[in-house]
Design a protein around this ligand. Structure first.
Ligand code: ZN
Length: 622
């Protein structure tokens, strides 16, 4: 986040493309009706790889997975330890041990196993994580490894070990990412305006050159008709919430009835079923022009809390799912340790908890960035992470330069409970424990005091708004304009996936503010697109995505300008047409790292996405 003072710069100023200054909100501003007592807070709201090289490995098209760290045999017994995975872990008196798969007997840790558990050396003595190649530098090329067949743990996720039988009858052969390709854009969004006739040369997944004034497609160019935007960034997602769509709209109910339904789905997910669901959800995102997702992940262990043999099996399922759907992912691994201020996790929440922030850090440290993925961190909320643990999570993210996200003040009851427990607001509590800062993004920030807004702005903490979820859950309308005025960059997320449509999220930001202030024109279409692209990608740790300019990652989303919704406005108003009238149905093409993932509204890697969604969700309900 840049340190410019709010209000100085024009449309190009990153954080200032917002509305004029807002009056100071009251001490405790509630935008929505008070949720009735006892309906209390604790919202559980409620993620091609640099496809330079494509590989055939079924489950891992083109993406590197964890290499086998080593197979060690102890006293004639076989155990397997893989980087980032330790098998048959079980916590004995809080101490995690290795369990022999056959006899489930606890085995002493071998040196390698102890070494594998050592948190990776601090940032100072290893290349700054992630080792992101700068613009124009060659990309890492993932090489799928032939995996040694190994005994499957009953809960062992299938999708990671062996190919899943013959490819799907209608499976389309993955389109290899051409090392060089030219895209011709009928209209290209160049940060401030829609430029007609632009040819973009892509080399190794990055934009090599942008040529304007190219009236007709050069020979051999891929043609993108409509308005081509930088790929859209979905900065906040809980993939499994997609299984709730429709189901949670029956009857009135409160946030709490919603949460009970959500728990019933969460209780049934396994690494395999979550992989299937997430792959379909991420494919739905690609169809919506989303090229990167911030997956706020807290479903870590088996129901009841027992770790899977692969302690990160659920996270790996999501990373693989994104790879197979062809989009980038930032896995924001959430620490979730308590049910309420001073209350232990309940039976639904036990699978979210690692027991302590140290155990959380130990597990997450086993996950590594990869070509299509960044590993980030999250504090689920001040309710779910006791104050004394907040610093550990924040320090983990800081030392790695990894994004840190946190749900904040989505419901007033959370504010009330926090004041009762700590005598201060959630934002103040987070500030006092070093959680706020340029690498942090607060999600929702719906009910804030004036001081909260100053703390967020002054610390350059980002703000991720999820308007369609916030209205679906009756949270209220957050002070987005005031936060941006205070210096907080805005991003957008579909969160509970009531719908997956970032154009809808973008215009909802403006339309909510119109309802709240009864005035129009708080954000330009350009400013709303910045929140849905560049600032969203930056909040997810992809600062070199989000613009159609040389050196940036070649991620694009093309919106039709001749659809029944977008037809009419002059080409110079293409952004206004797309943002204020376009929907997911108008997204024609999606390109990730130079490779086309969606063409003419069809996903090229995941066949029949509606069917894939239906099947995966049905399997959960059967
Ligand atoms: Zn959320």
């Amino acid at each position: 986040m840049n340190a410019e003072q709010p209000g100085k710069h024009g449309p190009t100023g990153r954080q200032t493309q917002g509305p004029e200054a807002q009056p100071e909100p009251e001490a405790e501003e509630h935008s929505g009706p008070e949720p009735e007592e006892g309906s209390g807070p604790e919202p559980e709201e409620h993620s091609g790889p640099e496809p330079e090289e494509r590989s055939g490995a079924e489950g891992e098209r083109g993406f590197e997975g964890g290499e086998p760290e080593g197979t060690s045999t102890t006293a004639g017994r076989r155990t397997t330890v893989r980087r980032g995975t330790t098998r048959g872990q079980r916590s004995v008196a809080g101490r995690r041990t290795i369990v022999d798969e056959e006899t489930a007997e606890e085995l002493p840790l071998t040196r390698e196993q102890r070494a594998a558990r050592q948190p990776s050396p601090p940032a100072a003595d290893r290349p700054t994580a992630p080792e992101r190649p700068g613009p124009g530098q060659p990309q890492e090329t993932p090489h799928p490894q032939e995996r040694p067949a190994r005994p499957r743990h009953p809960q062992e996720p299938r999708h990671r070990t062996e190919p899943q039988g013959p490819p799907h009858p209608t499976a389309r052969r993955p389109v290899a990412a051409p090392s060089t390709v030219t895209y011709w854009m009928e209209h290209a969004w160049l940060e401030t305006h829609a430029e007609p006739g632009v040819a973009v040369d892509v080399r190794d997944g990055r934009i090599a050159a942008v040529h304007r004034g190219v009236a007709v497609p050069p020979p051999g160019a891929e043609v993108l008709r409509g308005l081509t935007l930088p790929g859209l960034a979905n900065a906040h997602s809980h993939a499994f919430h997609r299984a709730l769509r429709g189901t949670v709209q029956v009857g009135a109910g409160t946030f709490w009835t919603w949460r009970e339904i959500m728990y019933s789905v969460a209780d049934r997910l396994t690494p395999d079923s979550y992989h299937r669901l997430a792959r379909a959800v991420y494919a739905e995102m690609a169809l919506a022009g989303i090229t990167a997702v911030g997956e706020f992940h807290y479903l870590h262990h088996a129901p009841g809390g027992a770790p899977y043999a692969d302690a990160n099996a659920m996270g790996e399922a999501l990373l693989d799912a994104a790879a197979q759907a062809g989009i980038r992912i930032t896995l924001l691994d959430a620490a979730y340790l308590s049910s309420g201020f001073g209350e232990p996790p309940d039976q639904h929440q036990q699978r979210f908890s690692d027991g302590s922030a140290e155990a959380w850090a130990e597990r997450v440290s086993l996950l590594k960035d990869r070509a299509h993925a960044r590993i980030g961190a999250a504090v689920h909320s001040v309710r779910a992470v006791p104050a004394e643990h907040l610093g550990t999570v924040a320090a983990w993210a800081r030392t790695r330069g990894a994004p840190l996200h946190v749900h904040v003040s989505e419901q007033t009851a959370e504010n009330d409970a926090c004041r009762a427990a700590h005598g201060r607001t959630p934002v103040r509590l987070l500030a006092d424990h070093g959680v706020l800062g340029p690498g942090t993004t607060g999600v929702h920030l719906t009910h804030l005091t004036g001081e909260d807004i100053r703390l967020v702005g002054d610390s350059r903490t980002g703000t991720c708004m999820c308007p369609t979820t916030e209205r679906d859950l009756a949270d209220g309308i957050g002070p987005a304009a005031a936060l941006q005025q205070a210096g907080s960059a805005l991003s957008l997320g579909t969160d509970s996936h009531a719908v997956i449509d970032l154009l809808e999220e973008a215009r909802a930001l403006e339309l909510n503010e119109r309802l709240r202030t009864r005035r129009r024109g708080h954000w330009t279409a350009a400013a709303l697109l910045r929140a849905a692209t560049a600032d969203g990608h930056a909040a997810l740790g992809w600062p070199d995505s989000g613009a159609i300019e040389p050196g940036r990652r070649a991620d694009f989303a093309t919106v039709a300008l001749d659809s029944v919704r977008t037809a009419g406005p002059a080409p110079r108003l293409a952004a206004e047409a797309a943002v204020f009238a376009g929907t997911t149905a108008d997204v024609r093409h999606t390109v990730v790292a130079g490779r086309q993932v969606v063409r003419d509204g069809a996903h090229l890697l995941v066949p029949e996405v509606p069917n894939a969604l239906g099947t995966a969700i049905e399997a959960l309900n059967s």
